[in-house]
Ligand binder design. Structure first.
Ligand code: PEP
Ligand code: MN
Length: 347
């Protein structure tokens, strides 16, 4: 990582630095943070000559060679001061609630619009809704391109920023055209490195946030952080980590609840953690417990499936969506738990 003396390099300085880095067969990636810009050297950073030449430039303070695998995501990276903002919330400073239906039903778009108003009233700051769905079988409903219009209409009516999942480049391009505020990488794609790179570069200049779900079969905490490193290394530092349960282990829960990973993530990385209790426990009745545990463990927010009338929904909604009324009471309780986060902060 190249640390200039000022907060960012001028164009001429950037050109000079890029030429040096490229002459050593590395690539320079600029990552624009809120506090300062970061210049990451991608490739083999060990060349002493390259480091010496860069450190010899009058406008360079030093070249930091953080020895961790995830040098951009590291708590010790200069990106640690980067602040992510959405829906009027500076993430980490107050509770961020993302809520909305699992799936937009193209046959009942009005439900989504009405749910959007109701979750806003309940206190959600970002609206979620699946336009395209990763389904276990190809015979299940896969989503519908037309639903993006419904999501945009809900955004226009409520003023809430919106989150949708993208699974491939075509969907990513549609989401970028629609200026979607937050794209979601689902659990199944959390290890799809080429998609992570494409998402990072498509979103690097337009302020789009990326909600990265934890992979269903991910093991070590660092594997999750590395997936996020791909997005940041491609240029976008606006990444939120989303534990959502790993492969099933407890009878009764859909997946194995993993909200206890938050303190471990906080030790390794500066990135905010937004827990998804809905996919973790998989039943509406358990969602409040898991959400409360998530905040107690230090999460910066939650992503909750909510539907005006869950039984009328499709996808996961009938099973795991809470009503906006339940959501509203839950948000009050979660705000009450917020101070626990700071009481038990990770070392
Ligand atoms: C979803 O958010 O509806 C979803 C499919 O998420 P996940 O990738 O966590 O299963
Ligand atoms: Mn879902």
């Amino acid at each position: 990582m190249i640390l200039p003396r000022e907060k960012k390099l001028t164009e001429a300085q950037l050109k000079e630095v890029t030429e040096i880095v490229e002459s050593f067969n590395c690539k320079l990636q600029t990552i624009i943070g809120t506090e300062r810009s970061i210049y990451a050297i991608l490739g083999d950073e060990r060349s002493e000559t390259m480091v010496n030449r860069l450190e010899g430039l009058s406008y360079i303070d030093r070249v930091d060679r953080i020895q961790t695998q995830n040098k951009l995501m590291s708590r010790h990276s200069d990106l640690a001061s980067h602040k992510i903002q959405i829906g009027g919330v500076t993430v980490g400073e107050e509770l961020l609630v993302i809520a909305g239906q699992c799936t937009v039903d193209p046959k009942n778009p009005n439900y989504f619009i009405e749910t959007a108003h109701a979750v806003k009233e309940a206190g959600a700051k970002v609206l979620r809704g699946g336009v395209w769905k990763p389904r276990t079988t190809p015979h299940s409903f896969q989503g519908d391109n037309r639903s993006i219009e419904t999501v945009l209409e809900a955004r226009a009516q409520t003023g809430l920023p919106v989150n949708i999942e993208v699974m491939d480049e075509e969907q990513l391009a549609i989401a970028m055209d629609a200026k979607i505020d937050m794209v979601q990488v689902g659990t199944r794609n959390a290890l799809n490195y080429s998609l992570l790179k494409k998402i990072g570069s498509a979103t690097k200049d337009n302020g789009t946030l990326v909600l990265l779900k934890r992979g269903l079969h991910m093991g070590k905490t660092s594997e999750f952080v590395s997936a996020a490193e791909y997005i940041v290394a491609a240029g976008n530092p606006n990444v939120l980590l989303c534990p959502r349960g790993t492969a099933p282990g407890l009878d009764g829960y859909r997946n194995h609840p993993d909200e206890s990973i938050t303190p471990l993530l906080k030790e390794q990385t500066w990135a905010p953690v937004i827990v998804d209790p809905s996919h973790s426990v998989g039943r509406a009745v358990y969602v409040p417990f898991c959400s409360a545990a998530a905040i107690a463990y230090g999460a910066d927010g939650v992503c909750i499936e909510s539907h005006l009338d869950p039984q009328e929904g499709i996808g996961d909604d009938p099973k795991q969506s809470v009503t906006p009324e339940v959501l509203k009471n839950l948000i009050v309780e979660l705000k009450g738990l917020w101070s626990l986060r700071t009481k038990f902060q990770s070392p």
